[in-house]
Design a protein around this ligand. Sequence first.
Ligand code: UD1
Length: 368
Amino acid sequence: MKYFIDIIVGARPNFIKAVAVIKALDSINRKSFQIDYRLVHTGQHYDNSMSGSFFDQLKIRKPDFNLEVGSGTQASQTGEIMVKYENLLTSRAPQMCMVFGDVTSTMACAITAKKCLIPVSHVEAGIRSGDMSMPEEINRIVTDSVSDYFFTTSEYATNNLLNSGAEKEKVFFVGNTMIDTLLDNQRKFVPPKLWIDYNLSAKEFIVLTLHRPSNVDQESTLKKKIFAIAAGVKNLKVIFPVHPRTAKIVNSLKDLPRNIILSEPLPYFEFNYLVNNSKAVVTDSGGITEETTVMGVPCVTLRDSTERPETVSVGTNELVGSKSSSLKKYLDLLLNGNWKHGSIPELWDGKTGSRIVTHLTQILRQRN
Ligand code: UD1
């Protein structure tokens, strides 16, 4: 019996998460052809630095369909993805739509599939920050509210789903696909060109990433943060690969501190080489807090809440809040060598993609 599903990707973190499931699907299909899939790229991220380089490095096959929505407001992206994905579903309906994470594309495709009576499975379901000012939190809640099957990264996420009424038999604690990809590729990490250009040495620099609207959409907030970080890490260099959303303001800032080194967004292998060799990462990303936990690299998160509490309770992450003034205490801890040692959360072992495909096969068998 052959099954047919859609795998949805749209933005940078989706590519990293989905490839683990794609590899596991390809692997079972090589043994006995079981699950045919259509790889659908919404086009939310579209340029080489945010999309193309991830397909090249992670060897993800060319998408079967690219909805080419491109940039826009969240409502316009959501609407356009829904209209275009609905057309695709009308031309051929899959037996399952699988979505990943919490980006606009995740929510838009989940709603569309569900309205077309196609079951939805959500990878990285159930995480919650409790902060409804984050677009991702709305995406998580809406996506989970229309999903039929839930694959979770932690018991915390599983409990959130059960407490909100999800059926126990449809929630699967499987681990973290982002970590599958990290472990699978770590031997391929390579230094970026700026390693030589700026004469970097291991553990003698900081990596900085910022892209949350609350941190980067206002010039005064962003400037205060960058200056506080540059001063707080004393003479250490700060490598700052700038997300396109952040670039709009950073490029207009004058007289940045001398230890701030700006770069384009880096490809996966180069970025993770830097992270793995850094003294610490300062970030407002969620996914990076998971990767630093597994690499054992201290991580300073510039947010008041996290949807990934295990990166703090088990891993190397600390939430320092969104105020620049609270940074100093944590940077001092770091510079004095007093950062906590973390360990690896349960089931973040590189085998999550296979576990998902095992459950998926059973689900499809039961339904059809
Ligand atoms: C999105 C996700 C966020 C994720 C992040 C990873 C949502 C709500 N947010 O945020 O959760 O952590 O991706 O990067 O889905 N742009 C380019 N090239 C591209 C894509 C975007 O230059 O290939 C620029 C555009 O000017 C666009 C801006 O980046 O307006 C923001 O892109 P968008 O997809 O709207 O959201 P992100 O901030 O990237």
